[in-house]
Design a protein around this ligand. Structure first.
Ligand code: FAD
Ligand code: A2P
Length: 297
């Protein structure tokens, strides 16, 4: 079962009247030699009614106007903290944000995303306009004995940070996880392994309950000599994953790059076929059971 519907907070703050929080933390998550800028941000939300559940997102409205002179539209970001927040006082919300950077298709000049740049360079003490929370797709099951398989690329780790903090780090009296969590995490370089120390410590502290598998695309190779992506790890562990997915207490979550969903099919579908199961039927039945959770962007 997913969280009871009545308890899911949604759209407490709307774009016309956002909550104005304050940035209390903004630190880099990419180590020396890594690619791009990814920041962990925490906002003080203690002054209003904003509250949320693990797996939800908030909207951020960047200051200023767009090229048509209209106020910027909100951008969604997955919440990276548990409902109790990084300070454990129910008064903060945290995000994991990558600065969007790409080359202009015609001029080749670097272009930086409006909102992600605003956030990545936000100063401690600065105001931030927040909407939401939104999202019912990625909620953590209430069952403390669940098997929770998480597939993440890059900042797709955000909701899983909130899950794993709730399961292992926070140890709040309202939730005592006894099941199995398995994170398969894809990053370009070891230096991009977001929250690495915390994740490794959890694995060392809870070896029976937490598995951590990495796919470091630009440092490791798959069996065909190409980049190591999470779907190749999924393929390596296909039998075990497949068996887990047959159990009603197992949930599969995916978060990150749009391309990853078809990648997972690539990794698991051949195995399913060997068992005589059509992939699309399998996904359909998982979705029907609310055990297949996808958030890609
Ligand atoms: P913008 O200034 O809005 O620029 C984006 C636009 O640039 C695109 O619409 C496209 O037109 C153009 N563009 C982008 N790439 C290229 C390219 N390669 N070539 C040409 N044009 C291009 N992001 C995170 O960092 N962390 C999260 O946890 C997170 N969670 C999300 C959760 C959800 C549910 C969704 C929908 C998105 C999430 N995002 C997350 C993405 C986030 O919402 C923004 O889309 C992202 O930060 C970029 O916004 P921006 O304002 O910086 O870029
Ligand atoms: P790469 O960029 O080497 O092709 P980040 O957001 O920090 O860049 O990390 C995203 C990770 O996901 C990178 O390792 C990236 O590899 C990888 N990746 C890119 N495309 C896909 C895809 N279609 N399926 C799975 N992983 C992908």
């Amino acid at each position: 079962m997913t969280q009871a519907k009545a308890k899911i907070p949604v759209n407490i703050y709307k774009p016309k009247d956002p909550y104005i929080g304050k940035c209390i933390e903004n630190y880099p998550l990419v180590a020396e030699g890594g690619s791009g800028i990814v920041q962990h941000l925490t906002f003080d939300i203690s002054g209003g009614d904003l509250h949320y559940l693990e797996g939800q997102s908030i909207g951020i409205i960047p200051p200023g106007t767009d090229e048509n002179g209209k106020p910027h539209k909100l951008r969604l970001y997955s919440i990276a903290s548990t409902r109790h927040g990084d300070k454990l006082d129910d008064g903060t919300v945290s995000l994991c944000v990558r600065q969007l950077e790409y080359k202009h298709p015609e001029t080749g000049e670097p272009v930086y995303g409006v909102c992600s740049t605003h956030l990545c360079y936000l100063e401690v003490g600065a105001d931030v306009a927040i909407t939401g929370p939104v999202g019912k797709e990625m909620l953590l099951p209430e069952d403390e004995d669940a098997t929770v398989i998480m597939l993440a690329t890059g900042t797709g780790i955000a909701p899983f940070r909130s899950f794993l903090w709730r399961m292992f780090k926070e140890q709040h009296e309202d939730y005592k996880f006894k099941g199995l969590a398995w994170l398969i995490f894809g990053v370009p370089y070891s230096a991009n392994f977001l929250y690495k120390d915390d994740l490794e410590k959890m694995q060392a502290d809870y070896p029976e309950n937490f598995r951590l598998t990495s796919a470091i695309s630009r440092e490791q190779q798959n069996k065909d000599g190409g980049k190591m992506y999470i779907q190749h790890r999924v393929a390596e562990h296909a039998k075990e994953l497949w068996n887990m997915l047959q159990q009603p207490k197992t949930h599969l979550y995916m978060c990150g790059l749009k391309g990853m969903e078809s990648g997972i099919e690539e990794g698991l579908a051949p195995f399913a076929k060997k068992q005589g199961v059509e992939w699309s039927d399998f996904v359909k039945s998982m979705k029907k059971d609310h055990r297949w959770h996808v958030e890609v962007y």
